[in-house]
Design a protein around this ligand. Structure first.
Ligand SMILES: [Zn+2]
Length: 334
């Protein structure tokens, strides 16, 4: 199996053998050229495919399927949204069948997932290994937005329209999360008080910093030049134990805990994973963050006994690896 992770600037490729072993243990990237339009992007993926086979000395005849993941929004079948998408701004992308185009180009079956779902699938398989099909999990990945996915019985829950697992836009209770006088945060999707409106980089810039900088008028980040610039610096301050930054991350961890409380009551998964920039930090900080998420996830005693909380591993490779796992699952065992 080959896994191809398509991103805004780079593709990342991996190979998974039939025994479930990854033959690549580092990032192998080439430019994705998505801004040049679909034709160039498909060619770049074909090049990544050929390149990774050469690098791992894998004969083309042994490849049974290819996994592709991209940022959304796209349908479950890998057709880019007709309204366009942040990463696919050129008009030619609108409604483009990305999966189908790569399948024709490579002459091999291509299995599609969005990047959040692919990373969720990878985290699930790392945690449960051969027992993956017996377990369920939820992954929340904090980036510019809040992505992730839901895995049930080892497989990605896609939904009727391919829009399951949009965890960022699930409403969470704000009572006890917001500080005194803090306005209800608004998400880019138009909702007030959903998970992404607190737990994302966008939320730090648009909702959390404007409030907290007002409470800490002498904070250095008041002089960062712009909220966008300041938002990117908050993580570093958090790692150094800065009081205001810790309040911001505590609110984010609470939001994820509350999101997981909803999951616990809704589908009672075996594992809860947290990923994204917030865990690509010092071990001490990310352990504190995960513990705070856990503290705010209100599981029943029976659930707490069996549930696992963990970080999404190898985040930069998780997309390509999850895409490859999906491809492996798609072919009947030999
Ligand atoms: Zn939203």
């Amino acid at each position: 199996m080959v896994g191809l992770d398509n991103g805004g600037t780079c593709n990342n490729a991996t190979v998974l053998d039939a025994t479930g072993r990854f033959l690549v243990d580092q990032l192998v990237e080439n430019p994705s050229l998505v801004t040049d339009g679909p034709e160039s992007a498909v060619e770049q993926l074909a090049e990544a495919f050929t390149g990774i086979l050469t690098m791992t000395s894998t004969p083309l005849t042994l490849v049974r399927a290819v996994g592709l993941d991209t940022p959304g929004p796209a349908t479950a079948d890998g057709v880019i949204s007709s309204k366009g998408a942040t990463n696919f701004s050129q008009p030619a992308w609108r409604g483009f069948d990305f999966r189908g185009a790569l399948e024709s180009r490579l002459g091999l079956p291509v299995v599609y997932n969005n990047d959040g779902n692919a990373a969720a699938l990878y985290a699930h398989h790392v945690q449960f290994g051969p027992g993956a099909m017996l377990h369920s999990s939820i992954s929340a990945i904090v980036g510019t937005g809040l992505g992730g996915g839901v895995i049930e019985g080892g497989r990605v829950v896609r939904g009727a329209a391919g829009m399951a697992g949009e965890l960022g836009h699930v409403h969470i209770p704000m009572h006890g999360l917001l500080a005194e006088g803090q306005p209800t945060p608004r998400c880019n999707c138009g909702f007030y008080g959903d998970a992404e409106s607190v737990a994302s980089l966008t939320a730090i810039e648009k909702n959390l910093l404007p409030y907290w900088l007002g409470r800490y008028p002498d904070h250095e980040l008041n002089r960062a030049g712009s909220l966008a610039a300041a938002a990117k610096l908050v993580r570093g301050y958090g790692e150094r134990g800065d009081e205001m930054a810790m309040k911001i991350f505590e609110q984010q961890a609470m939001a994820l805990g509350r999101l997981f409380t909803i999951a616990a009551n809704y589908s009672d998964p075996s594992a809860y994973f947290v990923g994204g920039g917030v865990v690509e930090t010092s071990p001490r900080f990310r352990e504190w963050f995960l513990a705070t998420v856990r503290e705010h996830a209100a599981l029943r005693e029976e659930q707490a006994r069996v549930a696992t909380f963990a970080l999404v591993p190898d985040l930069d490779m998780a997309g390509a690896r999850g895409a490859a796992v999906a491809a492996l699952e798609s072919v009947p065992a030999a």
